[in-house]
Design a protein around this ligand. Structure first.
Ligand code: NAP
Ligand code: F7E
Length: 378
């Protein structure tokens, strides 16, 4: 019999990659989904219907629903990835964020105890570099003090400590991966990297005029999500339950990410001005010029990136930089598998193709409407 894994947050960026990873390892993978008015679960649509992939309705805000799924599935491993994961949104919905990201973790741990699985079930908790918040040390490792700096981070801090508490109080194999930002072509579209790669793709195809961003000076240690889910699994295969920092050890600013993304889309930017007045102007237009897309006009001299206060946060975390030494030494994990440059490239290439395909589909619909109107197609 293969191992059984239960993933909360299976429809998210990490949940989808982790599902693929565990299925390849021969696991029976069970995921928790929430009812939604839109039934299409884009990131896992390709897995639905596979014999070892199963979905169950439950919600991290509903204890009984979690107990029922844990009791039914009897997992060997639980990956608790479900969260309200957007930092800026946590300022707008702090109570919901606390319920899911803090109390939700407790609900998962208690469900394991209620089902008497505490001796056989290992639990991974999706902790975050946001715990370091208003950073007290650079780079950050497992011993760096926490200083959470948003409702999201405060909620996740509870999750971190309750996992540690259950490990010590009940001898449970439960651990936190303190993951730094990890991105991909499946990243939610309102996180800064994906917002930038999609905008670069749209602007390069003449479908958007300008990208509005917040703090361009913010520094992040960005890795590739596909590499990071391997680490989640490695943490649960370790001899003893321990917490690990997972990061690349390389830091870049939002401005650098933007410059590189636009460069991959054929647009060279130069940033001028400061703070709210800073703009990114096109200084070289290297885009290919196929006749069927709408970008014959040169972008040189145009303002393609501008700053908007709408994307400033009441408190912002501005200097995250992880030290993955422990994960390298104890788990044998390779933090340099996908470089920053490769990550930006793969995201931009993906989004250029996506935007082009959507444009082509829209054109077909427009043509069809025109043909129907003219009676060419009946
Ligand atoms: P994501 O794409 O936003 O996915 C979040 C998942 O949680 C989705 O499947 C979502 O379901 C689910 N969810 C939200 N509220 C729920 C609830 N009440 N009950 C059940 N499921 C719920 O996040 P991600 O980037 O994959 O991140 C995975 C985890 O790692 C999160 O806990 C996040 O906080 C943490 N983390 C992420 C990063 C990063 O850089 N990506 C870094 C550190 C830590 P719906 O699809 O129904 O909304
Ligand atoms: O912001 C700045 C923003 O929203 C990164 C989550 O996965 O990683 C993620 O949280 C930085 C911040 O990610 C815009 O102020 C500038 O300083 O992409 P983000 P995040 O807040 O770091 C951590 C590790 C998690 O745990 C979270 O779940 O970029 N920024 N301009 C902007 N950010 C956004 N979203 N949009 C902007 O326009």
């Amino acid at each position: 019999m293969g191992k059984v894994a239960l993933i909360t947050g299976v429809t998210g960026q990490d949940g989808s990659y982790l599902s693929e990873f565990l299925l390849e390892k021969g696991y029976d993978v069970h995921g928790i989904i929430r009812r939604s008015s839109v039934d299409f679960r884009e990131r896992i649509a390709h897995l639905e219907g596979k014999p070892h992939f199963h979905l169950h309705y439950a919600d991290l805000g509903d204890s009984m629903s979690i107990v029922k799924v844990v009791d039914k599935v009897k997992p060997n491993e639980i990956y608790n990835l479900a969260a309200q994961s957007h930092v800026q949104v946590s300022f707008d919905s702090p109570e919901f964020t606390a319920d899911v990201d803090a109390t939700g973790v407790l609900r998962v741990l208690e469900a394991v105890r209620a089902c008497h699985l505490e001796k056989t079930c290992r639990i991974y908790q999706a902790s975050t570099s946001e715990l370091y918040g208003k950073v007290e040390e650079v780079p950050q490792n497992e011993n760096t003090p926490f200083h959470p700096y948003s409702p999201y981070a405060v909620a996740k801090l509870y999750g971190f400590w309750i996992v540690k508490e259950y490990r010590e109080a009940y001898n449970m194999f439960c651990c936190s991966g303190i993951l730094f930002n990890h991105e991909s072509e499946r990243r939610g579209e309102t996180f800064v990297t994906r917002k930038i790669t999609l905008a670069a793709a749209r602007i390069s195809q003449g479908l958007q005029d300008c990208l509005y961003l917040g703090n361009l000076d913010s520094l992040r240690d960005w890795g590739y999500a596909k590499d990071y889910v391997e680490c989640m699994w490695l943490i649960l295969q370790n001899d003893k339950p321990e917490d690990f920092v997972i990061a690349t050890g390389v830091q870049h600013s939002v401005r650098e990410f933007t410059e590189l993304a636009f460069k991959h889309a054929g647009i060279e930017l130069e940033f001028k001005g400061e703070g709210i007045k800073e703009v990114g102007i096109c200084v070289k237009d290297n885009r290919p010029q196929p006749s069927d897309i709408n970008h014959q006009t040169s972008l040189v001299g145009k303002t393609l990136v501008a700053v908007s206060e709408d994307f400033y946060r009441p408190t912002d975390v501005v200097n995250l930089w992880g030290d993955p030494t422990k994960a390298k030494a104890k788990l044998g994990w390779n933090p340099a598998k996908t470089s920053f440059e490769e990550l930006v490239k793969l995201m931009v290439e993906h989004d250029i193709a996506k935007v082009a395909a959507e444009g082509a589909a829209a054109k077909v619909r427009t043509n069809l409407a025109e043909y129907l109107e003219k009676g060419i197609v009946k």
